[in-house]
Structure formats: C-alpha cells, structure tokens
Design a protein around this ligand. Structure first.
Ligand code: MTE
Ligand code: MO
Length: 255
C-alpha cells in the first residue's frame, strides 16, 4: 500500500513544466478575455433606461447604495475641524436654479401636508437656535475644501415647527424657487446633527452664488446634495426627484 514507489511523484522535465504553466496561463487569460468581452458586449447592447443608464450598471449602483445605507448610522458624524482651518475663499460650484438675485419677497415654503404649506421669512429661521459646522466639503468632481457654515439644525427646525410627525417620512425633497435644481435626501441623513438649513458662511450672510438666503448643508453627503437657494421643502415616502440622480449619479451619494 504505502510502498515508497507509490509516493514518488512523476517527475517533469523543466521544459515540460514550463510548457504546462504556459498553457495554464494562456487558458486563464483567454477565459478572462472571453468573459470580459461577453460582459462588454452585453452592456454595450443593453438598452439604456429613461435616465440613460444601462440596467446592469444601475443594478450595481443600487447594490452599492443599499450596502452603504445599511452601514449608515444616524449618530455618525462628519469629521470636525476648528474654524481656523476653514478656507477664506470658498469655491463656487454649480449655478442651476441660481439665475438673478433674490429680493425680499423670498419665503421658505414648507409643505407640511399636501395642500397645507407653511411660509417662512429668513428672520423666522434666524430666530431659531444657531448651530455652526466646519467640515470637509466634498464634490463628486474630485475637489474638497474645509468650510464653515452657520444655520439652524434641520432636526431643531422640525421640532420648533411641530413637524415631528413628518420626520417619520422616508425622504425630504427640496427645490429651488425656479424649480430647476432639486434634490431628495433620506430622513436619517437629514436628522443627523450636522445637517443645517444654512444662512451663514464664515460668520457672514451667505453670498448670492452660494445659496442666499438659505441653503442646505448636509455633511454626510457629497456636494450635489447641498441644494443652494431653497424655495420649497416637502416630505415623502417615495424618493423625491433628484437632479443629479436623473443624470446617472448615485441617489444616496453618502460619504
Ligand atoms: N441650486 C443649486 N444648488 C447646488 C448646485 C447647483 O447647481 N444649483 N450644485 C451643487 C454642487 S455640485 C456642489 S459641489 C455644491 C457647491 O457649493 P458651493 O458653490 O457653495 O461651493 O452646491 C450644490 N448645490
Ligand atoms: Mo459638486
């Protein structure tokens, strides 16, 4: 049974071994190439959805989104910085829905329920307790900046205006006054303590091109979600329309 003869492996010559390994390497290479080719052909020929994204790619994005929202915790905070780290010259990026200057007729319209809209002045909002955040603002384009913002915590705002019932909804939608830029954010991210209805930057009123008189600051999300110049705010269980998600970006856009 265990005779030494059985244990001696069949010896290959060096040339045989090289040939064997070469064949394996090429086989693996061609199998991978074929798989890659098939996948590419499939994606290439697949009809795009209404937002110009192939369902397979969209599926990947959805899976990612699900994974990240599973890991999301309401208490998670974006890294904090001292005010002295905040840049003086804050980059201006994105001007959709920002045409022209706003005058004093601006109001924040909050749709408490369909057909029941609250109308608030900027002084109403400034009368609420102020919170400041200094965090690293990140844009999907690949730049980031430590910036300093002031305003009322969204969660404080919801309490003060008796909107606690609405915090049970899954999403908050926001739209610019001209309705050309719009975002949807999930409620847990909105209720996170660093999320602000923001009216100050570097301790001064927001400049026009940075969202005067009121913008969203939501540090757990990429820049695309920080809507400037809020006109209307509403609550819903379905995903509100989202400008960049419609153009193929991740709806969750979490950090
Ligand atoms: N109304 C409006 N808000 C917007 C945008 C826009 O085009 N219109 N662009 C977004 C993007 S992509 C980024 S990175 C941030 C930039 O904010 P900032 O101009 O204050 O740096 O605003 C976001 N909010
Ligand atoms: Mo951005």
């Amino acid at each position: 049974m265990n005779s030494p003869a059985n244990k001696v492996p069949k010896k290959r010559t060096v040339e045989q071994e090289i040939r064997r390994r070469t064949i394996i390497a090429f086989s693996v290479f061609f199998v991978c190439l074929a798989c890659g080719g098939l996948l590419f052909a499939r994606l290439y020929n697949e009809p795009a959805d209404a937002n110009n994204v192939q369902p397979t790619l969209r599926g990947g994005l959805k899976a990612n989104e699900k994974m990240f929202s599973l890991f999301y915790s309401k208490t998670r905070e974006a890294k904090k910085f001292p005010k002295s780290d905040a840049v003086k010259k804050v980059r201006v990026n994105g001007d959709v829905g920002m045409d022209g200057e706003l005058d004093t007729s601006w109001r924040l319209r909050v749709v408490r329920n369909p057909g029941d809209t609250l109308s608030l002045t900027i002084d109403d909002i400034k009368a609420l307790p102020k919170t400041e955040v200094v965090f690293d603002f990140k844009c999907v384009e690949g730049w980031s900046q430590v910036t300093w913002w002031g305003g009322v915590r969204f969660s404080d705002f919801m309490k003060k205006y008796n909107l606690v019932q609405q915090t049970a909804m899954h999403y908050v939608g926001m739209v610019t006054p001209d309705e050309s830029y719009y975002v949807g954010n999930d409620m847990p991210s909105m209720l996170q303590p660093q999320t602000l209805l923001c009216y100050e930057m570097n301790g001064k009123p927001l400049p026009q091109n940075q969202g005067y008189p009121l913008r969203l600051i939501i540090p757990v999300k990429y820049g695309i979600k920080h809507l400037k110049r809020i006109g209307v705010m509403f609550f819903s269980n379905d995903k509100p329309a989202d400008y960049w998600a419609e153009r193929g970006y991740d709806y969750f856009s979490g950090l």
